[in-house]
Write a protein that binds this ligand. Structure first.
Ligand code: ARG
Length: 472
């Protein structure tokens, strides 16, 4: 008796599973939750529905479904989409993932025709398609935010083309540079990131659908037809590869890790510059927080957090590489683990870019303080050496002359430009009255007047080129 009841319970419990026919025992409740992905992959519902609609249209095009069935499926899927967006869809862990939840809901809604949708398809090519469609959309959003940040940097560089700051190596004052030039250095890193995202989009935008479980399908499918409906530029050439590799997702995450690393370095500078010790910039109050105990504090939380969040994206890259490294062909359930790192990568990156683009539009630059800092630390010493070389002194001898002049400056607490002509001439008779034009900060930056140099007019033309470079 109890056996019969159990058997009956099993049957009810199993009723929803597509593999019901093969199994005699129900899934363990914990295993059901452990293997399910619906709690996180429901994020791809739109892509899943878009992919299914295209698949249904292709099946109709080749005569597997008739027009009426196709219309029922398409309308049913639209209804499901609306239900999800209204927050009224009942996601079930028993149905494991976004794909089976939507398919089951379709069958509930339109009956037997719903069961025909999965013809010539497997969840293996379905999920690979969904991720690619999802990442394609996300790359476009990432690029939009990135360009907004790049534009903010270009605007700032243009505004600060003549502002002088100390340039650093080893975080020691090295030579004066213009602040606009410094900001454009960050633009260059971000522009390479921009190009990397555009480039990886090409490898994301390739269609796996048609690979089915791993070997392709016996139906006379028209993959070009489906690809065109979904806006895929190319079609995966090999069915085993199509369902198996997630290299495109790893590539995107690697690009994200590099971009976050750039933002992290930039953050480090902003944190330093916003400190009382540097006082080069002031971040807007709306991007900082105070301290609950120290009334004087204004903390640069946004750059600090972006610097901190770089760690999780770098971690996701390692997760995905490790996820892939031991997998034989073709699909393995391991791949279900690609989603959480990917989703968090995308969220973290988009959030960091957004907050950075907004913050950089409101940064206040303390030009006076920067200029003051550049005039300390003998930042024009190299200019004096170059001056002597132009007067015929070999560079090594010039280096020594300048070293002595710096020594005098240190001993008497004066910058090179503050030494008298007579004092300078004691070190070398090749020094003439015109030397002071190279010892000033303005003269120093203006002299570096070549492509890629720090001179204000070079910054202005770099700004013009930068605007054109991000336009497409
Ligand atoms: N939820 C699965 C994933 O994310 C979908 C594919 C499952 N395929 C399978 N044969 N179990 O990878």
């Amino acid at each position: 008796m109890s056996e019969i009841i159990n058997k009956k319970e099993n049957t009810t419990q199993q009723a929803e599973k597509p593999w019901n026919g093969r199994f005699t025992e129900p899934t363990d409740a914990f295993v059901e939750a452990f293997t399910a992905s619906v709690t996180f992959d429901q994020r791809m519902y739109q892509q899943d529905i878009t992919g299914s609609i295209a698949h249904a249209k292709m099946l109709t095009h080749i005569g597997i479904l008739n027009e009426e069935e196709c219309q029922q499926i398409v309308e049913g899927l639209h209804t499901i989409k609306n239900t999800i967006e209204a927050g009224q869809f009942n996601w079930s862990i028993k149905l494991e993932d976004v794909h089976m939840n939507i398919e089951a809901a379709l069958t509930d809604l339109i009956g037997i025709t719903g069961k025909k949708l999965h013809t010539g398809r497997s969840r293996n090519d379905q999920v690979a398609t969904d991720i690619r469609l999802y990442l394609r959309d996300e790359v476009d959003l990432i690029v939009t935010e990135l360009k907004r940040l790049q534009t903010a940097l270009i605007d700032l560089a243009e505004q600060e083309a003549e502002t002088i700051m100390p340039g650093f190596t080893h975080l020691q004052t090295a030579q004066p540079v213009t602040f606009g030039h410094h900001i454009l250095a960050w633009f260059e890193s971000l522009e390479r990131d921009h190009q990397r995202f555009l480039d990886c989009r090409k490898r994301i935008n390739v269609m796996p659908l048609g690979a089915a479980a791993l070997a392709g399908t016996t139906y006379p499918i028209d993959r070009e037809f489906t690809a065109q409906l979904l806006g895929f530029e190319n079609i995966c050439e090999n069915s085993l590869d199509a369902v198996s590799d997630r290299d495109f997702a790893i590539e995107l995450t690697a690009n994200a890790a590099l971009l976050m690393t750039h933002l992290s370095r930039f953050s480090e500078e902003l944190v330093l510059w916003a400190s009382a010790q540097f006082n080069f910039v002031e971040l807007s109050d709306s991007f900082c927080t105070g301290s609950s105990i120290m009334p004087q504090k204004k903390n640069p939380d946004v750059p600090e957090l972006v610097r901190g969040k770089t760690g999780r994206v770098n971690g996701h890259l390692i997760s995905l590489l490790t996820l892939m490294k031991g997998q034989p062909l073709a699909y393995n359930k391991d791949n279900q683990e690609d989603k959480e790192p990917l989703f968090d990568t995308v969220d973290t990156l988009k959030g960091s870019l957004k907050v950075y683009a907004d913050m950089m539009q409101h940064i206040k630059v303390n030009k006076q303080v920067m200029h003051e800092a550049a005039s300390r630390g003998f930042s024009t010493a190299t200019d004096l050496a170059d001056y002597l070389v132009r007067a015929g002194v070999p560079f090594r001898d010039a280096h020594e002359v300048v070293g002595k002049a710096v020594r005098l400056g240190i001993d008497t607490q004066r910058d090179l430009a503050e030494l008298s002509l007579e004092e300078l001439q004691d070190f070398s008779s090749d020094i003439k009255a015109d030397v002071f034009s190279v010892l000033t900060l303005e003269g120093s930056v203006a002299a570096r007047d070549h492509l890629g140099g720090t001179a204000p007019n070079q910054v202005r033309s770099a700004v013009k080129r930068a605007r054109l470079r991000i336009a497409h």
